[in-house]
Design a protein around this ligand. Structure first.
Ligand SMILES: *[C@@H]1O[C@H](CO)[C@@H](O)[C@H](O)[C@H]1NC(C)=O
Ligand SMILES: [Zn+2]
Length: 304
């Protein structure tokens, strides 16, 4: 009996410790060369972890149905901005946005958008100053927690931003709210955007992408994510990115960066989907030209 009680107690203690660990994970201060902390669980033991380095030359060519982003152009009103202690996250999209096609077999609904400074994925070992994650849940599953138990549970569209002198207007719309949410005593207190926000304005033309099976890049690190990393990057100024480096975490320490170390690829296939064959649009132009010429000739004929 006594043994049973202490055993239960030990189990509860263990569960308690695990829970504390899960909510108190953090990023290292890279200015101080701190080592990346162990986040525990599958974060340490998984084999399909993210992020990874992406390289077009090491990828496999893929051809899929068109990747469709439904309602991404909609003006979303009342979108919330929150500092969750690890990132800046947008949520509460009143018009449902969906992702389907491409490598996906089901329909996914957008749950939230958040940012990492600097980028988590690298392309040919090059890191970018900012990465946006558009997180969507497979409609088969009731919520993100449920979905994260399944390999096809989530899809994340990743948009990488490159340094530019040109300010990014969509990012500026988020920067406008950072002062309201940045302090540690504002963590998990969402603020509503006053103006409508268009998610589509966060990224450029869909000009091909790389896709692979991976994980969430934050605890629980669930291996439930079909990653879709857009090939084309979008401009951002370093001044804009610096605004995010003022965010405080729950220890009142500024979150100078919130990217996870690269994980082992473990020979995972990365599939590159190239933009639609250029020769298709080139082939169309001679026809357009001849139509134009024909039209001109018809006008000329009438004039004569
Ligand atoms: C997610 O859905 C499951 C199944 O419907 C439910 O038991 C659970 O409470 C939900 N979790 C959250 C966080 O809403
Ligand atoms: Zn993320």
């Amino acid at each position: 009996m006594h043994a049973k009680v202490s055993c239960t107690f030990a189990l509860l203690l263990l569960l308690g410790l695990q829970r504390t660990d899960a909510s108190h994970w953090s990023y290292p201060d890279r200015d101080l060369d701190e080592v990346f902390p162990s986040w525990g669980g599958i974060c340490d033991t998984g084999t399909l972890q993210s992020p990874i380095d992406l390289s077009i030359t090491k990828s496999l060519k893929g051809v899929f149905d068109e990747l469709k982003l439904d309602n991404f152009e909609d003006k979303q009103s009342g979108v919330t901005v929150v500092n969750n202690g690890h990132s800046i996250q947008l949520a509460n999209f009143n018009n449902e946005m969906e992702v389907e096609g491409g490598p996906l077999r089901d329909e996914y609904v957008v749950e939230q958008v958040h940012l990492h400074w600097w980028s988590e994925h690298t392309i040919n070992n090059v890191r970018y100053p900012l990465e946006a994650h558009i997180v969507s849940r497979n409609k088969r599953y009731a919520n993100v927690t449920m979905a994260s138990n399944f390999k096809d549970g989530l899809t994340v569209i990743a948009v990488l931003y490159h340094v530019s002198n040109e300010r990014n207007e969509a990012i500026d719309q988020i920067v406008d709210y950072l002062d309201d949410v940045k302090d540690f005593d504002k963590i998990n207190e969402p603020v509503r955007m006053k103006n409508p926000f268009v998610v589509r304005q966060l990224f450029p033309k869909l000009n091909g992408y790389m896709t692979y099976s991976g994980s969430l890049t934050t605890p629980s690190c669930a291996e439930a994510v079909t990653w879709i990393v857009l090939s084309e990057t979008f401009p951002v100024t370093l001044e804009q990115v610096d605004n995010f480096k003022q965010i405080q975490n729950e220890e009142k320490i500024t979150l100078k960066n919130n990217y996870r170390d690269l994980q082992k690829a473990n020979n995972r296939p990365v599939i590159v989907v190239l933009p639609l064959d250029k020769s298709v649009s080139d082939a169309a132009s001679p026809l357009q030209l001849s139509m134009g010429t024909l039209f001109f000739m018809l006008i000329a004929a009438k004039l004569l």
